[in-house]
Design a protein around this ligand. Structure first.
Ligand SMILES: [Zn+2]
Length: 83
């Protein structure tokens, strides 16, 4: 189902030296790619199959928009949303 798409990503990876480390946050998407299933920390051991790297702002926004925080890695705690 994903065939034919994907050409638009990865174009920024041509150069070297700008490589970033593993993403700090991950957002797990649903099958339809528009829905968000869960928010994870970048080092979650169970981030799902369709996660995409996210910035701290994106992760926090997702949680604020009712995207569930992963119960295993607790990104909401790490983001400081549960004080
Ligand atoms: Zn997680």
């Amino acid at each position: 189902m994903d065939r034919g798409r994907g050409a638009s990503r990865g174009r920024a990876t041509a150069g070297r030296g700008a490589a970033t480390a593993a993403p700090e946050w991950l957002i797990e998407r649903g099958l339809d790619r528009s829905s968000l299933v869960a928010v994870h920390t970048g080092d979650c051991w169970d981030p799902g199959k369709r996660q995409m790297p996210a910035t701290r702002e994106q992760a926090r926004d997702a949680i604020r928009q009712q995207v569930p925080a992963c119960s295993k890695c607790r990104p909401d705690t790490r983001l400081g949303l549960l004080e």
